[in-house]
Design a protein around this ligand. Structure first.
Ligand code: AQP
Length: 320
């Protein structure tokens, strides 16, 4: 059976896009071998607050549990806690060209933002390749922004296998269906994002009902006055319709006003998020539980990770 890896960066507040685009598919696929990985090492590639990264890592793990990830079936790990990630990262750097890393669009965009560009930002996609190849992953759900990185992971795996002998499973990227991409409510041509400077377009998974209501009531629509699915012509309304479908499983009936649409969306989102908030609050009662879940996840994945590193070291010419 195919093995999947789904990653989450602990870079800010998880939002409805993360839930619909990544957490729910992860929960739905728990009958297959999957790993939920919190990419805390990746969060160090940009200026960051150490306390915030540590806190966000625990929050992401807790939200994954609250959203229904069953750690008995789907180990939850932080990539920093499994040292084989960093060891394989270095070994893979030795088969990756500088030019290959430097032409990644995300590196170009993020390094153009000014300030010191960390070397780890350049090698970020090689760490991502290590995250995947370490666990013999066959399938990685990726959005458009990560597809170039996944392609590089495939190139690295294929090159290594050809040069040093069969060592890695070559992973496939799988695309979440079009409806799984949730857009920013204030700027519906951009995806909803943790790092957007304004929270006005984002529905946080732990936001209180009043905030959710406000954000949705202020969502950008248009002047057409027709509730219609038209991604190009009416991106704001279409996004609201897609959120409604994702949260309630249905299209609206005879909605004639944007106000009515927004009220339906608010109710549907609240119905999905209320139980997650409640479960999250329960989990906070015992903070040691989430630490134990991460420790168990690490213990579960390590034998395979150690074996992959052993294979890689032997193939590339290191002593055992
Ligand atoms: N808007 C979205 N709609 C659907 N899926 C989304 N994902 C992210 N945004 C949306 C999916 O959530 C998973 C975790 O994402 P990530 O933590 O790796 O970071 P990201 O993809 O870069 O998402 P963000 O929230 O926009 O983070 P920042 O702002 O830090 O870059 C992934 O599976 C992603 O596809």
């Amino acid at each position: 059976m195919t093995r999947r890896l789904t990653g989450f960066q602990p870079t800010g507040h998880l939002h409805l896009g993360n839930l619909i685009g990544a957490m729910r598919p992860l929960v739905a696929a728990q009958d297959r071998p999957s790993i939920a990985m919190i990419a805390d090492l990746h969060a160090l590639t940009m200026e960051h607050d150490p306390q915030a990264v540590r806190a966000n890592t625990l929050t992401v793990a807790t939200v994954l549990l609250a959203a229904g990830v069953d750690p008995q079936r789907t180990p939850i790990i932080a990539n920093s806690q499994v040292p084989e990630h960093t060891e394989l990262h270095y070994l893979l750097e030795c088969v990756t060209g500088y030019g290959e890393a430097a032409r990644m669009i995300q590196f170009k965009e993020k390094s153009a933002a000014g300030g010191t560009v960390r070397l780890s930002l350049l090698t970020y996609p090689v760490l991502m390749a290590a995250d995947i190849l370490l666990h013999d992953i066959d399938e990685v759900p990726v959005g458009e922004d990560q597809s170039q990185h996944l392609e590089l992971a495939r190139t690295i795996a294929t090159r290594f296998n050809a040069r040093y002998g069969a060592t890695f499973v070559v992973p496939e990227g799988i695309r979440p269906e079009a409806a799984a991409r949730i857009m920013d409510l204030a700027d519906p041509v951009r995806k909803m994002s943790k790092s957007a400077p304004s929270p006005a377009g984002r529905i946080g998974l732990l936001d209180p009902p009043e905030t959710i209501r406000k954000v949705i009531s202020r969502a950008v629509t248009d002047t057409a006055g027709v509730v219609r699915h038209d991604r190009e012509g009416q991106p704001g309304v279409t996004n609201l319709l897609e959120i409604l479908r994702a949260c309630s499983g249905r299209d609206p009936g005879e909605l004639t006003s944007y106000g009515a649409l927004k009220r339906e969306v608010t109710d549907a989102v609240e119905a999905v998020l209320a139980p997650i908030r409640a479960r999250y609050a329960e989990l906070l009662q015992d903070p040691s539980h989430v630490r134990e879940v991460l420790a168990r996840g690490k213990a579960f994945v390590r034998p395979r990770a150690a074996e992959t590193v052993r294979r890689t070291r032997a193939a590339i010419g290191l002593l055992d």
